[in-house]
Design a protein around this ligand. Structure first.
Ligand code: ACM
Length: 500
């Protein structure tokens, strides 16, 4: 790391999110150089290329992966072990994703009971890389034992209002991996554009792939693009959750397929940023077949178990018709063998147990969400005032919206997921997700500046137990981490709340 933060704070381990246990052990960093190699055999072998690739990028040299451990110094060993050896400090044993990292003067060892734990340990290892005075690099000596609080740790990206391409998505997957996130939720469709090829409904992208807010350039992912994004995510332990927003936010669909409108005349394209005006019609004959075709195709191209069906802001639909349409959608998700995820409005409809409800507007009455949880739904927390990272960090910020207020770094950090929904059984909390809507966000650099450092704050809320979290401690660690963003060429927002 070349920036001042890490050098100025040699005592701070720049680990974000905060691990359950971490101690810096005495001694010079473990030298990284010609002898450095990744040792990974059996089930750990799948994680070898990720670790070697990342260490190689930091070192500027190729790092080999070997199956055999010859015992010589300089090895970075990845090992799958039975749960207790990776104990993250819980009485109930290791939750999925727990890991242990030990760096001494001879080698670094990452142990976990599952491959995702190894991937998280690899991210911790990456944060322990330090520049040494001779201009080389090393790994700080440390012992870390860690496990996640919540199983769902997400990042949402809206590619519908403005399209953001696969290269940007890969950059976000790298950032998400580094912060131990494990879901990338892609908001693929909205009034302004349709961003995923649907083989049975080609006009969706042929016609509505080209439009975007303000007449800006459009774009879309092909089936092959989505497969490649999912593979890149899987290598990093991140499941892609595609969202097809129904039954509202559908102007792009109505424009491409006029038979979805009551008079069959269709609608013009929409390039503004209002919400809530478009809708499917339960009594239009083409609607059910459209929902079936789209969801079956998207389910077939989705590796993960989840299908997000939106459900938000269908403001022109009466409650009855909304419930009928959500029932049609839910039946197709069930038929496709996927787990339904929807924004908080879907809590008003009948949902299969195990469905996931994503809270976003905590100014609203959330009693239907708590009721749905009592009937077996689980809840993802994305309260806009905390996790909507498209909201400006301060009023003068050049991009972003502010309908939920400003979201400074400390706002994104200092909140408790279990307190968001009154009456919610704590066990119903599946996790936490940050969201980036892109009405005003056009470029990769704008995306990253909105996310960093606030995504690190939300990631810590999602990963770290409340007793491990404190603002001054986080502020020191995130300041020590920021030089790695500079090193990676990632632009970030210098929040005045932190002494960088
Ligand atoms: C949303 O922000 N409309 C989910």
């Amino acid at each position: 790391m070349s920036g001042p933060g890490a050098a100025a704070r040699p005592d701070v381990l720049p680990l974000v999110p905060a691990p359950r246990r971490a101690v810096a052990t005495p001694g010079d960093p473990l030298h990284l150089g010609a002898a450095t190699r990744v040792v990974a055999a059996g089930g750990a072998a799948a994680v070898g290329p990720l670790v070697a690739g990342r260490l190689g990028a930091r070192l500027g040299r190729e790092v080999p992966v070997r199956a055999d451990d010859d015992g010589r110094p300089g090895a970075v060993v990845l090992r799958l072990v039975p749960g207790p050896a990776a104990d993250g400090g819980t009485d109930a044993g290791d939750p999925p994703g727990a890991y242990r990292v030990t760096v001494d003067g001879a080698r670094a060892v990452v142990e976990a009971a599952d491959a995702d734990g190894l991937r998280h340990g690899a991210a911790t290892l990456d944060q322990l890389v330090v520049r040494t005075p001779d201009g080389g690099a090393g790994l700080r000596r440390a012992e870390v034992a860690d496990a996640p609080r919540f199983g769902w740790r997400g990042l949402h990206l809206d590619v519908a209002r403005h399209f953001h391409d696969a290269a940007t998505v890969r950059a976000l997957l790298d950032v998400a991996w580094s912060l131990r996130l494990n879901r990338l939720h892609l908001h693929l469709t909205d009034d302004q554009g349709w961003r995923i090829e649907v083989p049975s409904r080609p006009r969706l992208t042929e016609v509505s792939g080209a439009t975007a807010v303000d007449g800006d350039p459009g774009g879309f992912f092909t089936v092959a693009d989505l497969a490649a994004i999912q593979a890149y995510g899987a290598e990093r332990g991140i499941t892609v959750v595609p969202e097809i927003d129904l039954p509202g936010h559908v102007n792009a669909a109505l424009h491409a397929y006029p038979e979805l409108t009551p008079d069959g005349a269709g609608v013009p394209p929409y390039t503004g940023i209002e919400v809530g005006f478009s809708r499917l019609h339960a009594d239009v004959p083409a609607t059910a077949a459209f929902v079936r075709d789209v969801l079956a195709d998207v389910a077939a191209m989705t590796e993960g178990p989840y299908l997000h069906v939106g459900g938000d802001e269908a403001l022109t639909l009466e409650a009855d018709e909304y419930a009928r349409l959500v029932a049609i959608v839910a039946e197709e998700v069930r038929r496709a063998g996927k787990t339904l995820v929807g924004w908080q409005e879907v809590a008003r409809a009948r949902l299969a147990p195990g469905s996931l409800v994503q809270v976003w507007d905590d100014r609203e009455d959330l009693s239907a969400v708590a009721d749905a949880a009592r009937r077996g739904a689980r809840v993802i927390l994305s309260p806009a005032r905390r996790t909507y990272l498209d909201q400006k960090p301060h009023a003068g910020f050049p991009v972003g919206l502010d309908w939920a207020g400003t979201v400074e770094l400390r706002d994104a950090y200092e909140w408790e997921p279990a307190d968001v929904v009154p009456g919610l059984p704590p066990a119903a909390v599946a996790g936490v997700e940050a969201a980036l809507w892109t009405e005003t966000i056009r470029t990769r650099d704008e995306v990253l500046t909105m996310l960093l450092p606030r995504l690190a704050a939300v990631a810590e809320v999602a990963w770290s137990e409340p007793g491990r979290r404190s603002w001054p401690d986080f502020a020191a660690r995130v300041a020590a981490l920021a030089p790695t963003w500079d090193e990676a060429g990632l632009p970030w927002y210098r929040s005045p709340q932190v002494d960088w």
